[in-house]
Design a protein around this ligand. Structure first.
Ligand code: HEM
Length: 498
């Protein structure tokens, strides 16, 4: 057994960020029964105490689920205070989610100078509102339609196969590392359209430096974002180098129209709205940085949880492995495997990587019977929503079966948000996760090389495991993989019993 040399150093640091497919026929969100009775005495006490914002931030970072549960005190709408923000009103129920995310877009505004600007870029779609936001969404969405995502399956599979081929036959490596490397390769190759080794190495280096420079303190404390503060200068330098790489790629593809035909950047370069409006080079640069930040850590960490919880529940792992190995080699079929799909949804539910959807009000809004005035901050805690025992029985248990059969209310399960800011890449992310997981689980056997359970913490503005999760990866002989394929073909051609 070997300890794997890490493939992409970029992934040794976590990225600093951050459809419901399921709905009931009636569509009415069940209002959660008060959770107060389920809280311990000290959680009830803490809910009432005026805890200083720095302590709240530290607590939220160490134990986000416990923090939100304790602060909620069982109420449908409660407040938290984090440094850099005034009071934040938080909801964690399906009814609150419906009220918040169904509101018209002009009810909300973005806040200039927020942490979003620092990381995603002040001109990116995430940082702007109103007509500007709608325009950018219109021009980017053609990249991410469900049809487009399905067509990318072979690219996702090729990336996973190539990566696995580069590993020793038998090795131990942190699961996060594997998933972050794969998700980064997807972004660099499939989105940016960079395939040559030198180009990939340059991008990887620039992304690594950018990620390492975006420390939580810089994101949370706006006063530190000043040129006299060396860490901020380091961040700006790293951002400038990444932006140079991105702008260079945009300009290169403009002047080489035959290159990177399958990439999403090529689609963006070719997209115009009916009036002929298109994104400028500088806008494209900012959108690419936003896609990197929004799309890397989210997908990598969700895949990490999917594999971790499957390995920690052997019956889940065996069922999943049997399903993917009995499937045909046609990657388009991976997206239709019911158990794999359920494992991905359960991973999205059990730990929502973006911990909340955040809004600032431009106009008053009534949430859980309380009118919030303009200027209020409002957050939907996806952790509370997806951990509601009234909707998801035994919410701390990893049970993919809960996603086979019954449909949940549209606002009870929102891994990709909802409304005008719903994730533009939900189909892309699901397809990426399904194809990558099926590809690696077919070609290698996985087992946990630790008995320590990881805890959930907040890193920057995303959640993730608090420690590396070492896994043993033993590659299967090609003959065994071929045997699976023979079996799959036999099943496919076998006439149905009469
Ligand atoms: C498992 C993976 C993912 C999860 C769980 C996820 C989750 C989310 C959520 C909850 C939102 C809504 C935030 C809000 O309402 O404030 C969102 C928005 C967004 N996501 Fe994702 N996402 C994932 C993958 C991706 C990927 C792969 C990309 C792009 C490559 C991406 C790009 C975006 C963008 C651009 C937005 C902002 C949309 C807007 O402001 O109009 N996401 N995502």
């Amino acid at each position: 057994m070997t300890h794997c040399p890490y493939q992409n150093q970029a992934s040794s640091t976590a990225l600093p960020i951050q459809q419901s497919l399921l709905h009931t026929e009636t569509g009415s969100a069940p209002r959660a029964v008060s959770r107060r009775s389920k809280l311990s005495w000290w959680q009830n006490l803490v809910a009432k105490l005026p805890v200083p914002s720095v302590i709240q931030a530290l607590w939220a970072m160490r134990d986000p689920e416990g923090f939100f549960r304790a602060r909620s005190g069982g109420s449908e709408l409660f407040t938290v205070n984090l440094p850099g923000f005034s009071t934040i009103h938080v909801t964690g129920t399906a009814a609150g989610a419906r009220e918040m995310l169904s509101a018209p877009s002009d009810v909300y505004r973005t806040i200039p100078g927020s942490p979003i600007d620092a990381v995603f870029g002040a001109n990116s779609m995430m940082a702007v509102d109103g007509e500007r936001h709608q325009r950018q969404r219109r021009l980017i969405i053609p990249c991410f339609g469900p049809g487009k995502a399905k067509g990318l399956g072979p690219s996702f599979a090729a990336i996973a196969q190539k990566y696995l081929a580069s590993l020793p036959e038998d090795c131990v490596m942190p699961l996060q590392q594997l998933m972050q490397d794969l998700a980064l390769d997807v972004i660099i190759e499939v989105i940016f359209g960079v395939h040559d080794a030198a180009g990939k190495a340059r991008f990887t280096k620039a992304i690594t430096a950018f990620v390492a420079a975006a420390t939580p303190s810089l994101l949370l404390i706006s006063k530190l974002r000043h040129r006299i503060w060396p860490p901020w200068r380091r961040f700006l330098r790293a951002q400038a180098e990444l932006d140079r790489c991105l702008l260079g790629q945009v300009r290169h593809l403009r002047t080489h129209p035959d290159e990177a035909q399958g990439s999403l950047l090529r689609v963006m370069l070719n997209t115009k709205d009916p009036s002929g409006d298109a994104l400028s080079d500088e806008e494209l640069r900012d959108e690419l940085r936003m896609l990197l930040v929004a799309g890397h850590e989210t997908t990598a960490t969700t895949m990490t949880w999917a594999v971790y919880y499957s390995l920690a529940n052997q019956n889940v792992y065996e069922k999943l492995r049997a399903e993917v190995r009995a499937a045909s080699e046609d990657v388009h079929g991976y997206e239709a495997l019911p158990y794999l799909d359920a494992v991905c949804h359960e991973a999205l539910r059990i730990h929502s990587v973006p911990p909340f959807a955040f809004r600032t009000l431009r106009k008053p809004l009534v949430v859980s019977g309380k009118e919030l005035p303009p200027g209020s901050n409002l957050a939907l805690s996806l952790m509370l929503l997806h951990g509601d025992p009234n909707v998801f029985a035994a919410p701390r248990e990893f049970r993919p079966e809960r996603f086979i059969g019954p449909k949940y209310d549209l606002f009870a399960f929102l891994p990709f948000g909802s409304g005008v800011r719903r994730c533009i890449a939900s189909s892309f992310a699901l397809s990426e996760m399904q194809v990558i997981l099926a590809t690696i689980l077919r070609r290698a056997d996985f087992s946990l090389a630790t008995t320590t359970r990881p805890k959930l913490i907040l890193k920057h503005i995303n959640s993730g495991p608090d420690r590396p999760i070492p896994v043993r990866i033993v590659k299967r002989p090609m003959a065994a993989v071929q045997d699976d394929l023979g079996l799959a073909t036999a099943i496919a051609v076998c006439p149905a019993p009469v």
